[in-house]
Every structure is written in structure tokens, then in C-alpha cells.
Design a binder for this molecule. Sequence first.
Ligand SMILES: [Zn+2]
Length: 287
Amino acid sequence: MSLNPCPVCGMKDRYRKIYEIAEGKQIILCVCGLQAISPPLTMEEIRKIYGEEYYDIHGMDHFRDFFNLKLRTCKRLINQVGRYMSASDNTNHLDIGCAFGYMIEAAKSAGYDSQGIEISPAADVAIELGYNVRKVELKHAAFPEEFFSLITAIDVLEHIPEPKEWLQECRRILKKGGVLLLVTPDCSSLTAYVRKDKWPHYKVEHLYYYSPPTLKRLLTNIGFNEIRSRTGIRYLTLNYITSHYKKFQPDSLETKVLRMLEALSPRRLFEYPLCFPSEMVITTRKI
Ligand SMILES: [Zn+2]
């Protein structure tokens, strides 16, 4: 059982099942509001998930388009976080779970001295693209204490089996006054409420599901300050959305509607980057 004890409230066995999802997994809810997957993945399953298939760019139709959309979303996040940075900060930036390096690219173009870590084979692509990336987990990365002014982790926290220890390590390597920016699905969002067990973020590799209050509580327990949360936005094209649905939900109603639109609409409409509400964005500071 995964909430034993719960990383947010520390209670044991105070959960109940809320949904059954794929592959014999359940979504369970702790009294504190944290949701988790049960039974949690074994280390063996985790290694398998992040193997060759996880970021298969050969199976990805439009790698450059995909990269550019992610880059656009990351540039927006970097611009927004710039407001919280002080002029005296150094420019050391770390992106955890950097995939192909789009956040590193966004941060570099904003003047940061940027590096990343990534455990999936996407790391090899990022290195080939010339980014300063190591294929290592945070706990084994041995970064010096109080080194970074900014740490970002986009769509990462939900994959972390020991979030408390992971956030403590983030805090250790962050300099005083430094900022941590997290983007993670919000299980209290309207989409989650409406889609229930069909919420697209319920996936076997997502181990914990946070809401603004549970994540704030966890960060406060660890000693973070100035915690702010908001709903983020991401850029997507109809091309991207359609190929995603064709791949992952080929028989869904959404896929049928998108296929019909694709046949009827001008091509340029499908290539235009559109803004969509996305996961929650949390920024917090080490004081
Ligand atoms: Zn709890």
C-alpha cells in the first residue's frame, strides 16, 4: 500500500478507494486529499516504463513541432518565474526530468546557465542536441549544496515515488532566496471532477496526484516559503492533439470528432498554436 505513511499528512492507512483504472490499478484518496495509485509500481515496472518506448521520437510524427510547442510553453513559464527572481541571483538553473531539453533551451534564451537531468532515453537526444544533460536520478546527481537559483520540474512530481525526500533534495541544492517551479496535474481541477476515472492523468506511471492544498502542505512541511499556485496554460496544435488521440485513444469520441474536423478544415488551422488551460503551476522560495 502506497500511503504508508502518507507523504503529506504522515497518517497510516487513512485512505479509501475512489476509482478502478487500467491494469488492475486503483486510485485511492487519503483523508488529507492526496490521491495515489494502488498498488504502486515496483522498481522493475518503473524501469520498464522509462525504457526505450517512453519518449520514442522515431514513433513521433513531428518531433520539431512537438519540441517547439513545448519550448513555447516553457518560455512562458520562464518569463513568469522571472518576476520572482531577484537581481542578485546567480544564473544557475536546473531542469529535473528535462526530456529533450526544451526547458533548458527556454532558460538559456532567458540568460540562465542551464543544465538538466533525465532518466529516460530522451537524455541521449538532449545530449545530441548539445544540452548540458546527465542521465541520472536526482538523489544520485550529487549537486553541491545551495547551488541553483532556479529549479524547474515540469510534469515530474507525479512520477516521484518518495516526494518528500525528493523535495528535500531540491531544497538542499537550492540557494537561499532561490525558486522552485513545479508543474503537475491538479486532481481537484474541473477536468478531473468531470472526467472522474477517465481523467487522462490517471496513468500507471503517475504515482501521486496533488491539489494546491496538499502540495502546499507538503512544501510547507519541508520548509519552503512563499508558495503560490495557479492554473498553467500550454500550447498545442490541433495536429498534436489529433495524433495524440489517434495513438492513445483510437476509438474514442474525441478521436472521431478530431478526424472529421481534420478532413474538413484548412491545414493551417491544424498547425496554429492554441492556448489551453493545463496543470497547476506552483512556485515556491527557499528562505
Ligand atoms: Zn494523507
